[in-house]
Design a protein around this ligand. Structure first.
Ligand SMILES: *Cc1c(COP(=O)(O)O)cnc(C)c1O
Length: 475
């Protein structure tokens, strides 16, 4: 067999302890079913610390709001608040649950893409900042705030930033060019929106270009100066989420994977993905084209480093945007989701069967389905861990993991994964670092499969011997 490229994930000690404890995992799966998600919210602290150190280096007043939507478990929102963060909420349910946890409404922001009347009413009543996306929302929030006799604290989401020759498209937000005339006319020139209290600007961009983020921040700073002339004082600029995290240990493996994928697609080596899928790459006239449609699972600028690059962008080649914001006393806010969940969760499933398909490939059926570990990108490129009794020094084997949905495409990882030996029925497979979006953002209950249990890992304080306590998470 040709050797399959490996993608070795970074694994924190708490995960290693669990992976090494097969009896414990068997107990959990016997009790809760397969798969189980195991989360460790305490591990958020290091990620938050990384952002904080960059923000304080710049001397910025700041607000970090954990994007609640990156994981459903309430324990993460609780932990975010305990660490001193705010929470970015994207639905009435997320918002109300945070209130019920006792999080101060001034530390909650509402960025929901669609805001129903009750969400708006609660946010206005409690004094949480609402990020407005369009004029219809302004009208609705105005009406509700007027009825309540309150001022609604509002920020405005912007898009359409200019990056060189390209004006970046987004379906979200007000167009940057339209916003100044709108704000001067509607927010200050009349009392149409007399109950909207302008607080600041917001953007959340796709792609992982720190330069684009820096440019967008620069364009918001310019806009803030113009708004000031119109009498609108910008208290904050919220630069959204999408800060990178790094999943993998080794850059050369990452590069090796891509090389192998290209070779496989050109039929120079046997396929390394199911059906020889290109994950965004394709072959055209004998050449590889397209772009790899996966998250940059390996990168060298996670968390605070990424933020530092954004804030270090030189505005029109001059001052750093972070310094400009600091000197203009504008608070920098951000809403990381995934990157705050780095090393905070894993998913473990039980092997149901092994078989060879008609192509001669090994398929390993797991008691889970594709929605229980689904990446928004083309694949989740981390090697899983096989947890099994016996390592008979058998031959390495390449397998595809398949799921329980009756769909041909329920292939859990598109990659063929190299295992030290063929698993036995009843062995376990652990996928690490799945808390950010992977474990249940897209989870569904087709076939009436119950949703996976979410268990909170708690270390015994000060205990030498590892004691694990698990509390089942209520969503
Ligand atoms: C999804 C989202 C975030 C969080 O993005 P991450 O990639 O998880 O950091 C923040 N803000 C808004 C408006 C979002 O839609």
């Amino acid at each position: 067999m040709n050797t399959l490229p490996k993608l070795t994930p970074i694994v924190s000690p708490w995960m290693e302890d669990i992976i090494a404890n097969k009896p414990l995992l068997e107990e959990l799966i016997a009790e809760y079913g397969s798969p189980v998600n195991i989360i460790n919210p305490k591990s958020m602290a290091a990620n938050y610390g990384s952002f904080l150190s960059t923000l304080t280096d710049f001397g910025l007043s700041h607000g970090v709001f954990f994007a609640r939507k990156a994981n459903k478990c309430r324990a993460f929102a609780e932990q975010a608040a305990a660490l001193g963060m705010g929470v970015d909420t994207a639905s009435l349910q997320e918002y109300v649950q945070c209130l019920e946890m006792g999080i101060d409404p001034s530390r909650l922001i509402v960025t929901a893409a669609v805001k129903n009347a009750e969400l708006i009413r609660q946010a206005v009543e409690n004094g949480s900042t609402i990020i407005l996306d369009n004029q219809d929302e302004c009208v609705q929030v105005q009406a509700i705030a007027h009825r309540l006799g309150k001022q609604a604290l509002v920020g405005f989401r912007l898009s359409g930033f200019q990056f060189g020759d390209e004006k970046q498209y987004s379906r979200f937000g007000f167009d940057l060019e339209d916003f100044l005339p709108f704000a001067t006319e509607a927010l200050t020139g009349s009392d149409t929106f007399g109950n909207l209290a302008y607080q600041g600007l917001h953007f959340h961009l796709n792609r992982y270009s720190t330069q684009e983020r820096g440019m967008a921040l620069g364009q918001c700073l310019d806009l803030a100066s113009q708004l000031k002339k119109a009498g609108l004082d910008t208290k904050f600029i919220d630069i959204g989420g999408g800060f990178l995290m790094n999943y993998l240990q080794d850059q050369s493996q990452w590069e090796g994977f891509r090389e192998a994928l290209e070779k496989a697609m050109l039929n120079e080596i046997p396929p390394i993905t199911f059906g020889n899928q290109g994950l965004g790459l394709f072959v055209h006239q004998g050449k590889i084209e397209g772009s790899l449609g996966v998250y940059p699972f390996w990168n060298d600028r996670p968390q605070g480093k990424f933020l530092n690059e954004v804030l270090s962008h030189r505005h029109h080649g001059g001052q750093r945007v972070g310094d400009l914001a600091a000197s203009q006393k504008i608070e920098i806010r951000m809403e990381p989701g995934r990157s705050l969940l780095d090393q905070t969760g894993m998913t473990v499933a039980r092997v149901a069967f092994r078989k060879r398909d008609s192509r001669g490939d090994w398929l390993v059926g797991l008691e889970m389905n594709m929605t229980q570990m689904l990446s928004g990108s083309a694949d989740f490129l981390l090697d899983p861990f096989l947890i099994s009794e016996e390592e008979n020094a058998e031959e390495e084997v390449g397998v595809y993991f398949t799921g329980a949905y009756c769909l041909e495409r329920d292939i859990l990882l598109k990659r063929k994964v190299a295992l030290s030996h063929l698993p036995e029925v009843g062995d376990l497979v652990a996928f690490v670092n799945t808390a950010g979006y992977m474990m249940h953002f897209f989870e569904s209950s087709a076939h009436l499969f119950p949703l996976a249990a979410n268990l909170v890992y708690q270390e015994e304080a000060g205990a030498k011997a590892q004691v694990h306590h698990f509390r089942q998470e209520v969503e």
